[in-house]
Design a protein around this ligand. Structure first.
Ligand code: SF4
Length: 265
């Protein structure tokens, strides 16, 4: 195993574990998940509330994380590592140490991100194999949440349809636009839909995706029923699918979360 020569940074990690990828393009692929603590968004249907608090979890160096990942990999015969959370790109200093180590040890990297930290992604992207990026519809976001002042909004630089429904909706969309410009060919999109998702915000997301025809794949994911959030009704889902198929140049698929059914670890 290749190791780090100088350990500089630690990150708060909720857990490192083996399972099957339960969502999206790599559905069913065995992976080692590194779940980071802390997130700069608050989605109403978040299924990882324990990972949202930056103070939770265990502080780990890149070398310690690599050792744990390598040990699991030797038992499970997988070379995929998912960087997930929370929002992994909040830990960019740590990732700049961990990701080169993982690549030197022949791991393939999936980055699962909320798509709001384009600068951090740009620094890491050459070493990432696949990026799974969420587009957050405004109806997904807790109305009491706003970007904190240490992560100010970027000024809009493209004319996009601005969805109503959350005061930060336009800012989130603009951050998504800047993120998508980083590595569209490595990126697939996930849009979680609930009973509260509406046509206006969905069309705004489609307008954005049309600007990036090189994106690999678009997944519409009905929310898993939890936290009072319900998946869309069948007629709503059909309308979203029809809209996407009519408007988008990318392949579009409807794929629910599978890990709540599998219950595998
Ligand atoms: S971006 Fe992900 S981790 Fe953050 S609140 Fe939303 S679902 Fe949860």
């Amino acid at each position: 195993m290749e190791t780090a020569h100088a350990i500089k940074t630690t990150a708060k990690i909720q857990e490192i574990f083996h399972s099957l990828q339960g969502e999206g393009l790599l559905l069913g692929t065995p992976m080692i998940f590194v779940r980071f603590c802390g997130c700069n968004l608050r989605c109403l249907w978040c299924d990882e509330p324990a990972a949202l608090e930056p103070g939770s979890g265990t502080a780990m160096s890149a070398q310690e994380a690599l050792e744990k990942i390598s040990k699991i990999a030797s038992l499970r015969q997988t070379n995929w590592v998912s960087l997930t959370g929370g929002e992994p790109l909040l830990h960019i200093g740590f990732l700049k140490e961990l990701v080169p180590l993982l690549k030197k040890n022949n791991f393939k990297i999936l980055l699962e991100t909320n798509g709001t930290l384009a600068g951090a992604c740009k620094a890491l992207e050459p070493l990432i194999d696949v990026i799974s990026m969420d587009i957050k519809l405004p109806s997904s976001l807790d109305i009491n949440w706003k970007f904190n002042s240490s992560a100010p909004l970027l000024p809009p630089s493209a004319k996009l349809r601005v969805p109503a429904g959350h005061p930060e909706g336009a800012g989130v969309l603009e951050r998504h636009r800047q993120f998508l410009a980083v590595a569209p060919a490595k990126t697939y999109i996930k849009i979680v839909l609930t009973e509260a998702s509406n046509e206006e915000e969905f069309l705004a997301a489609c307008d954005l995706l049309k600007v990036f025809p090189g994106i690999r794949f678009v997944v519409l994911q009905p929310a898993t029923q939890a936290n009072g959030q319900k998946p869309p009704k069948p007629e709503q889902l059909k309308n979203f699918l029809d809209s996407a198929w009519q408007r988008l140049p990318q392949p579009v698929r409807l794929i629910p979360q599978y890990h709540p059914f599998w219950k595998l670890r």
